[in-house]
Design a binder for this molecule. Structure first.
Ligand code: BDR
Ligand code: CA
Length: 310
């Protein structure tokens, strides 16, 4: 089984991505590490425990990590509700003492040291933990098998400010350090790739209306966000940001087209702070450091999404 560490800011999208990983017998989740992002760190931890409780997997260790980004105070993602799970009408009570006492970044480093070359790190949130891990251990990247990141945008259209995708916007310095210094295979699912490879809303409605406990849970915590995406900002499809990233990490045959380029992140800028910068023409003469996922097998992805709610 593939050994995973999953870094999250749970989060409506993160909740679904976790549910997909939890549904798979071909992965072993060694840790879920919680970072500040969509909501504050305590809500991230609480929401993560709720997902584990609904999926009967409270045996998986959850670690609390960074409570803010490297530089500055960043705007949060309003679409997830004030609690990060759509302000659930009947919030599922969880025991916060289940959170491990070890700091998330220490846990990431320790588990990676214990499993050299074996860990796939899936980062679905601001990249604060990867940057901190690199400051504690510059060789950290060399000990990982590979990394999957949901983040960055290609066309320069932001989903939080004018120019940047939320996870990169929320900690631009950490995204910059990650791309420049991690030095292991990095797979990236951008904002646009998640949107271009989304699901029809009719399919989404069927998915959240299945008569199962997990479908009902997804429907409850997603209804605010899906209303926002479908009706208010009129996304033509459901965009499975974190969920699709998880699917590509679990089964790489889901990826049908990708391109390798040297990438960095704008850490100056005004409107463009946090924007992914791609050297399309190879002007810098640097070796590619990111595999940019462009197309996926959406039928395969859909079949995984459907089986995770059963
Ligand atoms: C990303 O930002 C967050 O709001 C989501 O959880 C996802 O990881 C999409 O830009
Ligand atoms: Ca997320």
């Amino acid at each position: 089984a593939t050994k995973l560490i999953i870094d999250v800011d749970t989060g409506v999208d993160d909740s679904k991505a976790l549910m997909l990983a939890l549904s798979r017998s071909d992965v072993e989740i060694l840790a879920i590490t919680c970072v500040n992002g969509n909501v504050d760190i305590d809500n991230v931890c609480r929401n993560t425990l709720r997902v584990l409780k609904v999926c009967d997997r409270l045996d998986i260790p959850v670690y609390k990590g960074a409570c803010r980004s490297m530089v500055g105070n960043r705007k949060r993602a309003d679409a997830h509700g004030s609690d990060g799970q759509g302000d659930l009408m009947n919030p599922i009570p969880v025991d916060m003492s289940l959170i491990q006492s070890e700091h998330a970044v220490n846990a990431i480093l320790r588990i990676t040291d214990e499993n050299p070359g074996e860990i796939t790190l899936i980062a679905l949130a601001p990249l604060t933990h990867i940057a901190l891990a690199l400051r504690l251990d510059p060789d950290f990247g060399g000990k990982l098998k590979e990394v999957f990141i949901m983040g960055g945008n290609i066309e320069g259209r932001g989903n939080i400010n004018l120019g940047a995708e939320f996870n990169f916007y929320a900690d631009p310095e950490a995204a910059y350090i990650t791309l420049q210094e991690l030095k292991c295979p990095v797979n990236l699912l951008s904002l646009e790739a998640a949107e271009a490879n989304g699901q029809e809303w009719e399919w989404y409605d069927r998915w959240v209306n299945m008569d199962t406990k997990k479908s009902r849970f997804i429907k409850a915590f997603s209804s605010k966000t899906s209303h926002y995406c479908k009706t208010l900002i009129k996304h033509p499809k459901y965009s499975p940001y974190d969920l699709l990233t998880m699917a590509t990490a679990i089964d790489q045959t889901v990826i049908t087209e990708s391109v390798e380029k040297w990438c960095t992140v704008e850490i100056g800028g005004g409107h463009t702070r946090g924007q992914l910068v791609i050297d399309w023409a190879g002007k810098m003469g640097n070796k590619p450091n990111v595999k940019i996922i462009k197309k996926v097998n959406t039928d395969k992805a859909k079949s995984y999404f459907m089986s995770m709610v059963m």
